[in-house]
Ligand binder design. Structure first.
Ligand SMILES: NC(=O)c1ccc[n+]([C@@H]2O[C@H](COP(=O)([O-])OP(=O)(O)OC[C@H]3O[C@@H](n4cnc5c(N)ncnc54)[C@H](O)[C@@H]3O)[C@@H](O)[C@H]2O)c1
Length: 451
């Protein structure tokens, strides 16, 4: 299908979702249940598995992983749920290909290391799967991102990046406020990933004989693969939690787009210091040269005149914060001090209001509707929404509310920031994955009453 038709059909179909009757996740289990396969049932994949097992409209029919430990843990969860045990695919790094050949799947959820996302997304689409939900990010190189976009277009299929922070309760309340014009015209936005990951990037691999500063083969979960990216790469390695919400506020790919990007990297000290502190200066990992700057900042210029500042900060001691700031001609929200200020509406001029009162007042209707179902879902409940939106899109044969263009645009910040830093902070032109359609596409995110 031609790119233009694909885009046109997607936006038309998306608009019609608004008038669909409510989907019912309590629908009786039946042959019409959607069939999902999961590739990667590590820590994140098990979270998705749990949410899918709770639903009566979904059958998880196949799971794939290379780790017996993770598979056993997933199998325990399935047994506890009382659901039928899915087919298990394992044994080698390409067992997922056998899963895609053998199973007839309505959707595939991918929660593997970053380097596997692109081949697994493309492989799923080529196998005929029409809905792929991938964890962040969707590729490593810029070419990976183009490959995912082109393949989705070729097969007229949906690729949704499972960017859960778009559904965080305060983030959605602010979206509601933005859409109701409380902040006026938006001017500047900030976000990022500011999370001390030192205990995630290093561990002992559940083996007390190891030191706590292992990564790679001796380590467990993300330390077994993610840390290597901090050795090999320097850029904003995890942009989508910060940029996804911000992109929704200013309608990126839907009337607006990223035009230019420029990144800066600080020196790298945090990971080395952590290894020395916990493992001693003679530990072999104390000799590793970590390329990833401790704080990477990225500026983005948008077609409609807004600026965005993103920060990636994962190697230093700090409390968690995604550092959101949404600032317009009438006021602003900042999440680090949990405050809002709206000119002529805040009680005292030049003084912050506690954000809570505003966020409660403008709670997004989707949260009001589904808050009971979010109980126990990961990350304060927001994980419910991302899986819910994926499943409902399949059930209704509609485009996913976050689509392949959103996925590619947000996730491509990583290779572009690497390029900018490598070129001495050069400003890099942002590719337009929509091929000019950003001018005509309309916002769809969280604009229907179900997902
Ligand atoms: N959105 C969020 O809030 C959030 C939170 C955590 C992780 N994540 C993302 O989820 C993804 C997975 O992270 P994680 O924390 O679960 O990591 P993890 O290491 O715990 O899990 C990854 C799993 O993939 C499996 N795997 C690796 N190669 C495979 C292959 N070729 N075939 C099948 N399985 C394979 C591993 O054995 C492991 O079980 C990453 O993209 C990460 O960034 C997102």
């Amino acid at each position: 299908m031609k790119r233009r038709n694909f885009l046109k059909n997607s936006s038309l179909a998306a608009a019609s979702v608004a008038f669909m009757p409510n989907a019912n996740i309590f629908a009786k289990s039946s042959a019409s249940n959607i069939k999902i396969g999961i590739i990667g049932v590590g820590l994140r994949g098990q979270g998705h598995l749990d949410l899918l097992l709770r639903r009566k409209d979904v059958d998880v029919v196949a799971i794939c992983d290379v780790s017996d430990y993770m598979l056993n843990s997933a199998k325990e969860d399935i047994t506890k749920s009382g659901k039928k045990m899915p087919a298990i695919y394992t044994g080698d790094a390409y067992a997922w290909k056998r899963m895609l050949e053998k199973e007839k799947l309505d959707g595939v959820v991918i929660a593997t290391p970053w380097e596997w996302h692109k081949p697994m997304i493309v492989g799923s689409l080529e196998a005929g799967v029409k809905y792929v939900g991938s964890e962040v990010c969707i590729g490593l190189s810029l070419q990976d991102h183009w490959d995912v976009v082109k393949t989705a277009e070729r097969y007229n299929a949906q690729v949704m990046m499972l960017e859960n922070v778009c559904y965080r309760r305060d983030v959605m309340a602010v979206l509601n406020m933005v859409r109701q014009g409380l902040f006026g015209e938006l001017i500047h936005l900030q976000g990022g990933y500011q999370h001390d990951l030192r205990e995630v990037k290093f561990n002992n691999g559940n083996n007390p004989a190891n030191t706590p500063v292992e990564f790679g083969e001796k380590a467990f979960s993300e330390a077994s693969w993610r840390t290597e990216h901090s050795v090999q790469r320097n850029g904003d390695l995890y942009p989508t939690h910060g940029v996804g919400p911000v992109a929704n506020y200013i309608n990126i790919n839907r009337g607006n787009r990223f035009v230019n990007l420029c990144s800066f990297s600080s020196k790298a000290r945090g990971l080395h210091n952590h290894v020395v502190k916990k493992g001693g200066e003679n530990h072999p990992n104390a000799k590793v040269n970590f390329r990833l700057g401790d704080v990477v900042t990225t500026n983005i210029q948008c077609a409609n005149g807004e600026t965005i500042l993103l920060q990636h900060d994962t190697n230093l001691p700090r409390p968690y914060s995604l550092g959101f700031r949404v600032q317009g001609t009438e006021g602003l929200w900042m999440d680090v001090n949990k405050s809002i200020y709206i000119q002529d509406k805040s009680p005292k001029s030049h003084q912050w209001d506690p954000a809570k009162e505003w966020l409660d007042k403008y709670d997004h209707p989707l949260w009001a509707r589904w808050s009971k179902e979010t109980e126990g879902a990961g990350h304060g409940g927001m994980d419910f929404f991302v899986i819910h939106a994926f499943v409902e899109s399949i059930k209704n044969s509609k485009p996913t509310p976050l689509d392949v263009y959103d996925a590619a645009t947000w996730s491509a910040i990583t290779p572009l920031s690497e390029q900018s830093i490598a070129l001495g902070n050069e400003t890099i032109a942002f590719p337009d994955f929509t091929g000019g359609e950003w001018m005509y596409r309309k916002p769809v995110f969280a604009l229907n009453d179900s997902y």
